[in-house]
Design a protein around this ligand. Structure first.
Ligand SMILES: Cc1ncc(COP(=O)(O)O)c(C=O)c1O
Length: 400
């Protein structure tokens, strides 16, 4: 049996007629950028997460960059984050000219260790960027309390955690501002790149809306006024050529980005959002099955935390014999993934930050042990039984 880590073809086949109809409609409508699907999807996504604003952007990395910029974070600033994540988390901090400061992770949840954050706060610290890694929410009450005490912002990297919950609230509604990725393999994925920023803060939402579109037009003007404390009721109207369809389009107020979600992607995501809870139930069911089926092995299974709903973007196991176990699974046709082989503080790109091997022992330990097995919603009962049996065999082979 051949089982990939994720089977996007199967996902597409289940939705093919609906998706094709929606795509054809967008093509025929010829409104490809910032159309009605983007507006509708922003509203539907905001309602799903339980926030006031959702601002669609080009990808999750841009969402993080724009969120940081909306908070005024830039050169000279430090942002505390985790080293056990996809590179884009820290890269976004570097992209705005700030410095990522890495805090070690918890061995149970793989998330940033909230008890080690305060020791890294200094006069340059402006924000904390927790990542709900693999779909498991961080200890947000403690993180928000530390941020409040030290007057810091909190930016959730929820790129792997759409639909995850912490104390009854969805990831994406747990901090000042949050970011999502709709990369195809994510739990809510599009047919290309896509991302979203969510917030309850009107001011941050207005600034993000301007930054995603060159700081231009009405959104740009509004954000400029907000940032410069200009009271529009006392300002003269802009002189200019008001004969064009959008008089402010070529007026640029801020240095921003070209980072919009395509209308085609929004149309696809609207369909998939409606199915998301159903897909999440299937992921949860697979995880429950693995948790039980692997009880007799010495593989470390995902921690079950109180008051948390894990999104199971990835089902992660731990073993000191990772190489032998994944080799065995692969020989049986079961794909595995290593998340993440190099913690970010040891990446070549961050040599200049001066971290050494041994600085963050927990993440360094985990990076030699963790691996992912298939948990995609469309996995069949027969396939997951096959995977669990292969894992049991692999751990027995290793013991003898
Ligand atoms: C934790 C995390 N942060 C950020 C990103 C960046 O998202 P994107 O690939 O859409 O730019 C990803 C996903 O790829 C991610 O997993």
């Amino acid at each position: 049996m051949q089982i990939p880590l994720i089977n996007l073809k199967r996902q597409h086949q289940a939705l093919q007629p609906e998706i094709e109809a929606a795509v054809l409609q967008v093509l025929a409508g010829a409104q490809y950028i910032m159309g009605q699907n983007v507006t509708a999807f922003e509203k539907e996504f905001a309602d799903y997460i339980g926030v006031k604003h959702a601002i669609a952007v080009g990808n999750g990395t841009d969402a993080l960059v724009i969120a940081l910029e909306s908070l005024g974070i830039g050169p000279g600033d430090e942002v505390i984050t985790t080293p056990f994540t996809f590179f884009a988390t820290a890269e976004s901090i570097s992209a705005v000219g700030a410095t990522p400061v890495f805090v070690d992770v918890r061995l149970d949840t793989y998330n940033i260790n909230e008890n080690q954050i305060e020791a890294k706060i200094n006069s340059k610290t402006r924000a904390i960027m927790p990542v709900h890694i693999f779909g498991q929410p961080c200890e947000m009450d403690k993180i928000n309390a530390i941020a409040a005490k030290h007057n810091l912002h909190v930016i959730e990297d929820a790129c792997q955690a759409v639909s995850a919950e912490y104390k009854g609230k969805k990831a994406g509604a747990l901090a000042d501002i949050a970011c999502f990725s709709f990369f195809p393999t994510k739990n809510l994925g599009c047919a290309g790149d896509g991302g979203m920023i969510t917030t309850d803060n009107d001011r941050l939402a207005d600034i993000c809306r301007a930054l995603r579109i060159h700081g231009s037009g009405e959104a740009g003007e509004k954000a400029y006024n907000l940032l410069n404390n200009i009271d529009v009721s006392t300002t003269d109207n802009q002189d200019g050529d008001h004969t064009v369809y959008n008089p402010s389009k070529y007026y640029n107020y801020l240095i921003g980005h070209n980072s919009r979600l395509d209308e085609l992607q929004a149309a696809i995501l609207r369909i998939k959002l409606k199915k998301l809870d159903e897909c999440q139930k299937q992921r949860q069911d697979h995880a429950r099955y693995y948790n039980e089926a692997l009880q007799e092995t010495d593989l470390v299974r995902p921690a079950a935390m109180d008051n948390i709903r894990h999104a199971y973007h990835l089902y992660i196991l731990q073993s000191e014999n990772r190489a032998a176990i994944t080799r065995y699974l692969n020989s049986k046709g079961v794909a595995t993934g290593i998340y993440y082989p190099i913690p970010l503080h040891l990446q070549k790109a961050y040599t200049d930050l001066g971290y050494q091997l041994g600085d963050l022992p927990q993440v360094e330990y985990l990076s030699h042990r963790t691996f992912a097995i298939p948990v995609f919603p469309e996995l069949s009962a027969e396939e997951r039984e096959y995977i669990a049996a292969a894992l049991t065999e692999a751990s027995n082979v290793k013991k003898t």
